[in-house]
Design a protein around this ligand. Structure first.
Ligand code: NAD
Length: 295
């Protein structure tokens, strides 16, 4: 009586080769981390200087690993040679996954994703490292959105342990499983979240930063707030320093996206302390001046 129920089980797609589009801060870091953990990667950009810089940064991280006794020079050479920098669109052919990490612009990302889908095999997975653009919006550019989701890394990629895997409305379970497995292979902890402005981490972070900006507007000293968060709360860095690390322009942009997404929960204050610094071209560590100055 009653047949034993068997769960239909499909094997999780094994990611053996990857491509990263964009060799900037994030793309370069993602390519390095993939290669370091044994998944060879094609690193594609439209700019040779970006590719050179991406390779240089990967080389620096590997040299540090050698100095710290984490690997020998033979392994270092092997990892470096498993990153293939290229300007060629067709270099993505045959890879198992493509991680899109080009500029944060929905039109550019849409074009890049549609183009790449036409070049990869029918079972390749596409992911976007977008920080703010809706995964469902990006998915509209694709013929097969079931093989697409978000894969949101944090900066610096080689240090930050978390990756958000963002499931779009049409993302298949197989795609989510394969991307989670790839994140683990890269030594990261993956969390699967639904598509919404800010996903999970930025949805928590930006209301906090908006609260911080509000305190400054009321005249509280930002360095004092950092001290409280670091010394009394035990956080690794306070909100002013964190915003300098993230990039004040990026933080300002994300604050606006979050306020648009959650108008009843997040203040949209065009003129808060973060917006004012961004307008004064103080972008944080990336240009040497933000809340603090960097020599
Ligand atoms: P970046 O400006 O450092 O790099 C972007 C790279 O994309 C550049 O090298 C540019 O030449 C390249 N590019 C532009 N168009 C291209 C195309 N058509 N094909 C291939 N390459 C192209 O930017 P970034 O900070 O690395 O950000 C990349 C993505 O990662 C964005 O979506 C951003 O929101 C997201 N992100 C950034 C951070 C961060 O802290 N910087 C964190 C998480 C996610």
């Amino acid at each position: 009586k009653g047949k034993a129920k068997k769960a239909a089980k499909t094997a999780t797609k094994d990611i053996k080769t990857a491509a990263v589009l964009g060799a900037g801060i994030m793309g370069g870091g993602i390519a390095y981390q993939s290669a370091y953990k044994g998944v060879p990667v094609v690193m594609k950009d439209i700019n040779q200087d970006a590719l050179d810089l991406g390779m240089k940064e990967a080389g620096k991280l590997l040299e540090k690993a050698v100095q710290r006794g984490k690997m020998d020079t033979k392994k270092m050479a092997k990892v470096l040679s498993s990153i293939t920098p290229t300007l060629l669109d067709d270099a993505v052919k045959g890879v198992d996954i493509v991680v899109e990490a080009v500029v944060e612009n929905p039109d550019v990302k849409g074009k890049v994703l549609a183009d790449v889908e036409s070049r990869v095999s029918d079972d390749a997975i596409l992911v976007s490292n977008t920080s703010t653009i809706s995964i469902d919006r990006l998915a509209k550019n694709l013929k097969d959105p079931s093989r697409f989701c978000g894969m949101h890394f944090f900066n610096p990629v080689h240090k930050m342990p978390l990756v958000e895997v963002i499931r779009g409305e049409k993302t298949s379970d197989e795609t989510v499983a394969a991307v989670v497995a790839y994140a683990s292979r890269m030594g990261k902890t993956a969390i699967v979240v639904n598509d919404c402005p800010g996903f999970l981490v930025n949805r928590v972070l930006f209301p906090y930063l908006a609260g911080f900006a509000g305190l400054i507007d009321e005249g509280v000293d930002f360095a004092g707030i950092d001290k409280v968060m670091e010394r009394q709360f035990g956080w690794p860095m306070g909100p002013a320093y964190l915003t300098d690390v993230v990039g004040i322009d990026t933080a300002d942009h994300c604050t606006k996206v979050m306020a648009d997404g959650f108008p009843t929960r997040m203040p949209r204050d065009e003129n808060n302390a973060i917006a004012k610094l961004a307008a004064a071209d103080r972008y944080g560590q990336k240009n040497g001046k933000g809340f603090y100055e960097y020599g």
